[in-house]
Structures are given as structure tokens and as C-alpha cells.
Ligand binder design. Sequence first.
Ligand SMILES: *Cc1c(COP(=O)(O)O)cnc(C)c1O
Length: 362
Amino acid sequence: MTPAAYAVVDTEALRHNLAVVRRSAPGSKVMAVIKANGYGHGLLRVAQALREADAFAVARVPEGIALREAGFIQRIAVLQGFIDDAELAAHVRYGLEPVIYSFGQIYRLERAPLAQPLLPWLKLDSGMNRLGVSKDEFPICLRHLQRCPWVRQPVGLMSHLSRADIPADTVTTEQIALFRQTIAYLEGEASFANSAGILAWPDTHADWVRPGIMLYGVSPFAGRSGEQEGLKPVMTLRSRLIAAKWINKGESVGYGGDWIAPRETRLGTASIGYGDGYPRHLANGTPVLIRGQRASLVGRVSMDMISLDLTDCPDARVGDAITLWGEGLPVEEIAGYANTIPYTLLCNLTQRVRILEPGESF
Ligand SMILES: *Cc1c(COP(=O)(O)O)cnc(C)c1O
């Protein structure tokens, strides 16, 4: 029995994309960002494929613990660090490197001796106004960390870009200047660039780059595809056709009858829906691939099913595989039909979507 909806994750493509990162930022070490279940591709599968990366970055403590429990011994940065004693203790116990962005974290760290030294990354808010201490607070925070006997030295120096996907943006130029100025003459290793920084802003590369989306074969730039950056798509989302029939011109399809057949239509039903993470707000006309040909989504996406106009794909048969995005159908293009960015499509696959490697049996 084959699963109705499954995602094929091409681990070879992951490795290819890591090589593109290294070519794009030849002087930097690579911290592979594998938060949110490896951008929906499966945390451990992605970590295994990218084990040659110099370090991993995750968003939250449980993601770091999962990596350790699976036996990964690489350095792991936790981008949201700790906010209570339990999370601090987990950093120590599992050898995780917290990002520090508040005095509260520093006081917590100073309060009690740790069983083992901890290596933190101090984060500067260089303009995004999300996480990070201000440029004025930065030297004070750093001094606290330098004086703390159970903090390993030198502390890492981090910041994050907010608009690097916009070409020649002056805010990015200002962020670069501020980060540079703040960390000038400091000893620690610096990390700044996300995927957009890696590809478009060489001045942001520093000691460590932090690629996320580009590892998964997706361009961080609106209107560009991963292929144009030399990347290979990693995830292909597939389903299959479970029914097909002809309907008359004027008949309506799906909940609310939103789509009305403009002609006699061969209508297909495929087994995938928003319960799998295929977005409900995808527009009529969103392409899918069947037997290498494009067919289009018609009517509303249901929880477990979608309807397709197969009139122009006369060879399509019940049981055929359908590609929703990935190989031959860039996820960037589908994101446009959903009025969102590819990141959300990849991350939002639900538990029931099986993740397989090419050639892996069901
Ligand atoms: C998610 C994230 C990244 C990776 O961003 P991409 O745009 O996916 O390359 C890097 N740094 C931080 C702090 C992040 O939160």
C-alpha cells in the first residue's frame, strides 16, 4: 500500500546545496539552520544529510535535544536560547550553545555555577527589533559574559538581517555598518548572514554563515527560483489521482461551488488537502503535474482532497502520481498562487505526510 500523500526528500540535493553555500561564502564556516523540523523536511534526516556542516542551528531547546539524543555531536546553536532555569540546564546537559539577547538571561546565567562551561552567542539587534541587545547594551552584556567563570571564551557575536532579500537596500547597508562597528576589535567569532546575505551581500559573510532556505533548494529572493541560484529542489510533494469523471459545462465543483465548469470538463480528484499542509487558500488555476503535464486546481481545497481540471491531460488515469511542488514544479511558483512565501509551504506539512528518500520503499 502506498501512502496517499508523501514528500520525497532528496538528500543528495541537500548536499549539493550545502556545496553551493560553501562556494558562495568560501571564507566562512557553515551553521546549517534546521529549525522547524528542518523546514518541514524532517529534522534528523536533514541533519544526517548535512552532517558535514560545521554546526547546526535550531530555534528551540527540544530541537537541540532531539539532535543530541539521535547521536549528533556537532556544535548546535539555539537561536532562542533559554528563558528559564530548566532550559538553561538543558543547554548545559546537552552541550547546546544559547543565543543571548537580554539582561534577564545574563543574570540567570550568572546566578549559579554551571556543572560545565557554556559557550553563548551574544546577539546584537542591528535593526530588526526582534531579538538582540542594543549597540549600547552590547559591550556591557559582553563584559558580564567575559567575567562569568562558567562562560567559555571568546563568546560568539551574532546579529540577523531583516531585509537582505531586497537588492541594494540601504537598511541592510546600515545593519552591516552597525554590526561591524559593534564587534570591531572583539575576539569572538561573528555570524550574520542568512541565505539572502550569503547570496547577495558578501560583506555579511563573517566567520559563520547561517543558511536556511537555500539549503532546501529555494531562493530567498521574490521572483527568483532556486534553480537560478544554482540550487536543487529538495522536497517534492506527491499524491495520487483517486477518481476522475466528466462533468457538464455550468456544473459547480467543491464546497461552496466556487468553481463553475466553463466547458465540458474531465474532473479529477486527488488525495491531498489542507489536512496535509496543502494550503486551503490556493487559487483556482494553481498548477499540478500529472504524467509530466500541467493540470490545474479547481474549486476549494478540502481537508483530504482537491479537484483538478484534467481536460487537457487525456492520458491521466486513476492511480497516477501527482506532483504538487518540487521536481518540475518549483515551490516558489506555488507559493505565489497561495500568496505566501515558500518557507510556509515547506514548514506546514502535517504529521500524516510520510517523508521518504528517493528510492526508499513505503
Ligand atoms: C531562520 C534563521 C536563519 C536562516 O534564514 P534563511 O532565510 O532561511 O536562510 C538564520 N538566522 C536566524 C537567526 C534565523 O532565525
